[in-house]
Design a protein around this ligand. Structure first.
Ligand code: FAD
Ligand code: PYC
Length: 410
């Protein structure tokens, strides 16, 4: 009844999940970008560090960037020790996030399969699984028969163009509702006093000698001695405002969904060689993704040839989907570092911090990324989990090469 009443009065009487405050003249911390990472940072600044005089400034609507555009795959099966530590920290936070935020993020640990199509793939996956297990993270190798038993609709014929020789499986991996992650963090941060200010674009960062003084925005100048930039595909644009050049390239990454169908796929399937990843949403749609467009762009759309490639790859594995209609398609702008690992770092300017470079794989890291970034900003020094992800690594060559784990999308 309340639903019907509210539908007719434009939801006027619904309790708002977060306020829409006017920007104050000054904050202790400004976060640029209300994606999942920026909102999580604000939430943990308030909750873990008692820093509540915080504004999150968003040029559009919260969660409207990559957070609301991604294919929601969550896993921590990364090769390097540094990556295992931070991505599994995030996965553990995800495991308790609905309770933490008192908000159902629809986290579903349905498992993530990475397929092997040749002997090299199989050896590479075995090596990776061993490394992952040495870090205490769940991972196992499945035979073709075991894959078929998990996903009966997959074409595992030895005569197919890309035969399935086995797979790695992370059972704790899965998916979550992307919007809910942003909304849950937004509501939690707002409840702790954080101002989330939408339709407020940061157009300049004001420096004062060796430090920062505030930001110029489409709604006026706002003072802050600490500024955390969490702007994903636009991070280099923000860095340019203070004359910094980040080792980042921005690329479009697109995805598409099919019409809803009855439940046929209850695990996430990824294939680097065939070049596609697919899962089925709770609404029944197949959520399908592929690789980045190779050119640089800030336009939030992808090109048609990637869609063609994506669909033909899907049909290699699932001929059963050949008569399915596609419902919608969209793109986001991802920020890719040369080693396919993120930057979570102090900048060489006092009070300025960057959290970016998550490329095609940052949704899975959202709570962990916000947690360490909040620590870094509050303490003005990195947490041990994000210490390796500093900006200096691109000059010291302590790179964290994760191209293999970034897998299909890069
Ligand atoms: P965003 O959500 O993009 O937030 C940044 C915000 O900053 C945006 O809202 C933007 O409007 C704002 N902003 C930018 N400039 C300014 C400015 N000047 N002033 C104010 N605000 C500004 N990751 C996974 O782990 N699993 C996946 O399955 C997966 N699939 C993906 C599929 C697609 C199609 C795409 C595009 C990405 C995918 N990713 C995936 C990557 C993941 O979405 C991102 O790494 C992650 O969401 C980044 O979160 P964020 O909060 O840093 O960025
Ligand atoms: O990082 O798992 C991932 C991913 C899947 C699709 C895009 N990124």
């Amino acid at each position: 009844m309340s639903l019907v009443r509210n539908a007719f009065n434009y939801h006027q009487n619904w309790q708002q999940a977060w306020r829409s405050p006017e920007p104050k003249r000054e904050y202790d911390v400004i976060i640029v970008g209300a994606g999942g990472h920026g909102l999580a940072t604000a939430y943990y600044l308030a909750k873990e560090h008692g820093v509540t005089n915080v504004a999150v400034l968003e040029k559009g609507w919260l969660g409207g960037g990559n957070t609301g555009r991604n294919t929601t795959i969550i896993r921590s099966n990364y090769l390097r020790d540094e990556s295992a530590a931070i991505y599994d920290h995030a996965l553990k936070l995800y495991e308790g996030l609905s309770q933490e935020l008192n908000y159902n993020i629809m986290f579903s640990q349905r498992g993530v399969l990475n397929l092997a199509h040749n002997l090299h793939d199989l050896r590479e996956l075995s090596r990776r699984v061993n490394a992952i297990r040495l870090n205490g993270i769940d991972s196992e190798i499945l035979t073709t028969e075991q894959v078929k038993a998990m996903v009966p609709i997959m074409n595992t014929s030895p005569h197919s163009r890309y035969p399935v020789l086995g797979a790695s499986l992370q059972r704790r991996g899965g998916t979550a509702r992307h919007d809910a992650v942003a909304w849950g963090f937004a509501r939690g941060a707002d409840a702790r006093g954080v101002d989330i200010i939408q339709n407020c674009e940061v157009t300049g960062i004001k420096r004062n000698g060796a430090g920062v003084e505030g930001v110029q925005t489409s709604r006026g100048f706002i003072e802050a001695k600490k500024i955390g930039v969490v702007a994903a595909g636009h991070s280099s644009v923000l860095a340019d405002m203070v004359g910094l050049r980040l080792p980042i390239e921005s690329h479009p990454l697109q995805a598409l969904v099919s019409e809803p169908i009855k439940p046929v796929l209850d695990v996430v399937v990824m294939s680097t060689a065939v070049h596609v990843y697919v899962s089925q949403s709770d609404k029944g749609e197949l959520v399908i993704g592929a690789g980045i467009d190779s050119y640089n762009s800030y336009a939030q759309r992808g090109s048609f040839q990637v869609v063609q490639h994506q669909i033909s790859a899907l049909l290699e594995l699932f001929p059963i989907f050949s008569r399915l209609r596609m419902l919608r398609q969209w793109g986001g702008i991802v920020d890719v570092c040369p080693d396919a690992s993120p930057i979570i770092s102090k900048a060489p300017i006092k009070g300025l911090y960057f959290n970016c470079g998550w490329g095609t794989g940052g949704f899975k890291a959202t709570p962990g990324s916000g947690w360490v970034f909040a620590y870094t900003i509050a303490q003005d020094r990195p947490h041990r989990l994000n210490e390796p992800y500093n900006l200096e690594r691109f000059s010291t060559a302590y790179l964290i090469d994760e191209h293999g784990a970034a897998a299909v999308a890069h």
